[in-house]
Every structure is written in C-alpha cells, then in structure tokens.
Write a protein that binds this ligand. Structure first.
Ligand code: CMP
Length: 141
C-alpha cells in the first residue's frame, strides 16, 4: 500500500558548481515529487562528518567529507507517496557506471563520489537527515 513519506535530497557541491540545480529540480517536478523545503548551505568538515557518520569506518569517509564540505550544496525535503524509493530510482545507482539510462547520476555524475545527488535510503535515515538540516518551521508539508 502506498503511503506519504519524506526524503532528504542533497544537490552535492559538484551539482551546484556545474549548474545542475535546475536540471535536478526539473526532474523532481516532472515526476510529481513535491519539494516542501529547500535551502543552500555550505557544510563545515565537522557537519559533513556528522551527516555521514554512518560511513565513518569506510575507506572513502575522509575524501567524501572533504568533498561534501568543499562548496555550497542544496538541501531539500521531498514529500510524496513512496518518495524514498521513487527518488532513489530517479537518482540511479550510487556508482554512475551502474546507473540506469535516464537517471540523474547516469546523465550527470562523473565519479562514484561526485555523484551529483544524495537521497535518504530509509524512513529512519530520512528522519535523521531531515532533522540534521531543517527545523519544523522551515518545512511546508
Ligand atoms: P551518497 O548517496 O551520498 O551516500 C554515501 C556517499 O559516499 C555516496 O553517495 C558517494 O558520494 C560516496 N561513496 C559511496 N561509495 C563510494 C566509494 N566506493 N568510493 C567513493 N565514494 C563513495
């Protein structure tokens, strides 16, 4: 049964510097995904480390958190029926080389790390990730 969910979306520093904000937002809107909060941020290294704490034992953790704090990013709260799975399908696989045709990462990513977008992978991570960047007054659900 379908249910209304929320997901965090990040347009990562590579997506912002390559002027892909519009392309990503267009794909969300064309797929009837509601954007109920949105802002541009520039994470400190500590903020990036906190956000990706689940990956702190991974070999790519330092590189990933350096990259995510290297420039501005756009964070959004998405809302809709099954939006977590729907947005993950739109993004494509983490590794752009394995991403399906027509997905954001297949079309725009240049690297497994610089993969343009992030999306929550579960209801639990969505709750943590949304709360990491937004307070309730900023979300127009
Ligand atoms: P994201 O969906 O934001 O979740 C964790 C991020 O770590 C991922 O996208 C990539 O940016 C990065 N990542 C995942 N796997 C690797 C890897 N093998 N090498 C480098 N970066 C990775």
């Amino acid at each position: 049964m379908n249910k209304k969910e929320q997901s965090l979306s990040i347009i990562k520093p590579d997506g912002v510097s390559r002027k892909l904000i519009g392309q990503v937002v267009k794909r969300l809107e064309e797929n009837s995904i509601n954007i109920i909060a949105m802002k541009m941020i520039h994470m400190s290294i500590k903020e990036a480390q906190g956000f990706y704490a689940v990956h702190k034992k991974r070999p790519f953790f330092n590189s990933l958190t350096d990259f995510m704090s290297s420039g501005p990013a756009v964070v959004m709260v998405l809302e809709g029926e099954d939006v977590i799975a729907k947005y993950r399908k739109l993004m494509g696989a983490t590794n752009y080389k394995e991403a399906a045709e027509g997905t954001i990462r297949k079309d725009f990513a240049t690297d497994i790390e610089k993969n343009v977008v992030h999306g929550s992978d579960s209801l639990e991570s969505a709750a943590f990730e949304i709360g990491y960047f937004f307070n309730s007054f900023e979300i127009n659900g």
